[in-house]
Write a protein that binds this ligand. Structure first.
Ligand code: BTN
Length: 316
């Protein structure tokens, strides 16, 4: 935030419930009245509700919910108020040599990315958008593939534990609540055929959105935690155990493989035991999802009794 905006905000905050005149603000900060108005407009665009009354001035009515930057920095997370995509930011950092374990978290993503090149809606004040950089040693890209499922299971378990809500999983990377998607994982990898150089796990979680906060095209499919819980969550307090759980699960996975997470998937999933259609670029198959194998692939039996092993795609 620029210094003038910050000073005006501090001034309004130190006069709770009171109007502060535009004249006083302009004298205090050596600004014209028009320049004060411009900074107030900029604060409004960041979500601060500031009322204005003729001859009275400006009054701060409500502050937007913001992640607590100080707490996040204490945990060594790299916090940004807005980025195009936390995956893109962390990729640039990875290319500059950042260490495994680096976490980038943003209040807002301007071009949040979903799977298959989709857009991920990431407004400020409502959700959690973060990416984790991993540099596993001695692992091939093919062996690292189930990490997306591991991340989904770890975040699903941590959300259940922290919120008490019945979050479930939909293969391969969706987190659901009451049938609506509340989160997803986007994994990116750089490596050679036999060696991962780095992995990026990007997670998007809808936390405090109300139904009307989503654009119309997402109304049917997207959900968030807050309406179901009947409360607004402290996103900073929530993200700490989520990231801790995610990091721990990833390190267990690198030592022990996916089998350690099979049980969690069976417990949380919405997929197995059901008739589903799975599509992937170039194909589609319908049948009963039987199980996940040791690589996280779905075993699906079609009507003719043939069992397919599907390691990439999505359930429609
Ligand atoms: C999906 O399509 O289900 C995956 C969505 C992943 C969104 C997260 S938000 C943080 C990270 N940065 C991005 O641009 N995308 C991921």
């Amino acid at each position: 935030m620029n210094l003038l905006k910050e000073k005006i905000l501090e001034h309004l905050k130190s006069n709770p419930g009171k109007f502060v005149s535009g004249a006083r603000l302009s004298v205090s900060f050596g600004l014209t009245r028009a320049a004060v108005w411009k900074q107030v407009q900029a604060l409004r665009q960041e979500g601060y509700a500031i009322s204005a009354a003729p001859r009275k001035g400006y009054r701060l009515e409500e502050e937007p919910d913001r992640l607590d930057e100080k707490t996040l920095k204490l945990h060594k997370f790299l916090y940004y108020s807005a980025v195009e995509s936390t995956n893109a930011t962390i990729r640039a950092l990875a290319e500059q040599g950042s260490a495994g374990g680096t976490v980038v978290i943003a209040e807002e993503q301007l071009q949040g990315r979903g799977r298959r090149g989709r857009y991920w809606f990431s407004p400020p004040g409502k959700g959690l958008w973060f990416s984790l950089l991993l540099r596993p040693t001695g692992i091939a890209p093919s062996a690292a593939a189930p990490i997306t499922l591991v991340a989904a299971a770890a975040l699903g378990q941590a959300l259940r534990r922290e919120t008490g809500l019945g979050v479930t999983l939909k293969w391969p990377n969706d987190l659901l609540l009451n049938g609506k998607k509340i989160g997803g994982i986007l994994t990116e990898l750089k490596g050679e055929p036999d060696r991962v150089e780095y992995l990026i796990i990007g997670a998007g979680l809808n936390i405090n959105q109300s139904e009307t906060d989503f654009p119309p095209e997402l109304h049917k499919t997207a959900g968030s935690l807050s309406p179901a819980a009947g409360c607004v969550f402290d996103r900073t307090a929530l993200v700490l155990p989520l990231i801790a759980g995610l990091k721990e699960a990833c390190s267990i996975f690198f030592q022990q493989g996916f089998s350690r997470f099979h049980g969690a998937w069976i417990e949380l999933n919405e997929t197995l035991g059901k008739e589903v259609t799975i599509t992937w670029p170039g194909g589609t198959v319908r049948g009963r999802a039987l199980d996940l194998d040791e690589t996280g692939a779905v075993l699906l039996r079609d009507r003719a009794g043939k069992v397919h092993r599907i390691n990439y795609g999505e359930i429609v």
